[in-house]
Design a protein around this ligand. Structure first.
Ligand SMILES: Nc1ncnc2c1ncn2[C@@H]1O[C@H](COP(=O)(O)OP(=O)(O)OP(=O)(O)O)[C@@H](O)[C@H]1O
Length: 304
């Protein structure tokens, strides 16, 4: 588990992380979202002890990073896939990392196998494609078999096959009971990968909720109805304060009411329904609504 309490980071007069308190729990994939410059990378760096907070604490399993006895066995991270010595092979890199952290050498072959790199690992890191570098970075994160994993934009620059592979890996790591904290700009991908979402803007917490709740909370999530009495139902729903949009002769979409309420109103009026279902907003749409304020601010800020 990762716990942040009142976490703050200021660089001069710029506040990158602003009083962030939250818990990232084990056994789930938690997506970490926010517009550019929101403070995601800084937060991850603070958790990993790569930067010192101005105030507050970041704990991994209840302990600050610099007090961990076996850091690599407790938390694995990939922040920058290209941050490898270009002249060294992936295999040499992982072997050195294992040796300096008291991890059995045999583990190197295991993690390379898990990331599907049993072959490419003998090549110089500088000669690897971005996708292969990402896999190697993930292998390094997995080396100490840690319970907590953090990935900053792990699917950046990957082809669709690579993106799918990362998605399945995140899922299996969470299913093994690990804490998986992953930042991404790809909302469609996050919608498929994450169980829980943490959204920040301008360093502040905007949302910390299950994915399903974020989608359900979107103004664009609606109830779609098909009925041979669309006029009657439309009038009935409008009278009850529900916003109705007619799609076709027999179809309408209601917003501002749960599916249960729409069903009950139809039942009370004796209106037959042929279909009643929730039409979910995409995460992209929900995210746009949530972060509209912080993005606007950022745009104005840059232009000033
Ligand atoms: N070392 C630093 N010195 C000064 N300012 C910094 C430093 N690191 C980050 N910042 C500033 O802190 C803010 C947050 O940056 P951060 O990289 O954490 O955001 P992010 O959410 O990861 O953005 P992106 O999605 O673009 O990677 C930005 O305004 C950035 O310019």
């Amino acid at each position: 588990m990762i716990s942040l309490k009142g976490l703050c980071k200021r660089y001069g007069d710029r506040t990158a992380v602003d009083d962030l308190s939250l818990e990232v729990r084990a056994g789930a994939v938690t997506g970490f979202l926010g517009p550019n410059g929101a403070g995601k990378s800084t937060t991850m760096r603070l958790v990993l002890g790569l930067d010192r907070p101005t105030a507050g604490t970041a704990l991994i399993g209840g302990v600050p990073y610099h007090q961990l006895r076996n850091p690599l066995r407790t938390v694995g991270a990939m922040l920058d896939a290209r941050a490898l010595h270009p002249g060294r092979s992936g295999y040499a890199h992982l072997t050195a990392l294992a040796r300096s952290n008291g991890i059995a050498r045999g583990r190197v072959a295991e993690v390379l196998e898990r990331v599907g790199m049993a072959e490419g690992a003998r090549r110089r890191a500088g000669a690897l494609s971005l996708g292969m570098s990402q896999r190697l970075g993930i292998a390094a994160a997995l080396l100490g078999d840690p319970a907590v994993l953090m990935f900053d934009e792990p699917v950046n620059g990957l082809d669709p096959e690579g993106v799918r592979w990362v998605r399945h890996l995140m899922r299996s790591l969470a299913d093994e009971g690990r804490t998986v904290f992953v930042s991404s700009h790809l909302m469609s991908e996050m919608q498929l990968t994450a169980d829980h979402l943490v959204v920040i803007g301008r360093g502040r917490l905007i949302m910390d909720a299950p994915l399903a709740e974020v989608i359900a909370g979107s103004a664009l999530t609606a109830v779609a109805v098909r009925t041979p009495h669309a006029d009657d139902l439309s009038a009935r729903l409008s009278a009850a304060g529900v916003t109705v949009e007619r799609l076709g002769e027999n179809e309408l979409v209601a917003t501002g009411a749960t599916i249960e309420r729409v069903g009950d109103l139809a039942y009370e009026a004796g209106i037959r329904l042929h279909e009643l279902r929730t039409r979910e907003a995409s995460l992209e749409q929900a995210y746009q609504e949530l972060t509209a304020g912080s993005v606007e601010y950022a745009t104005r800020g840059t232009g000033a």
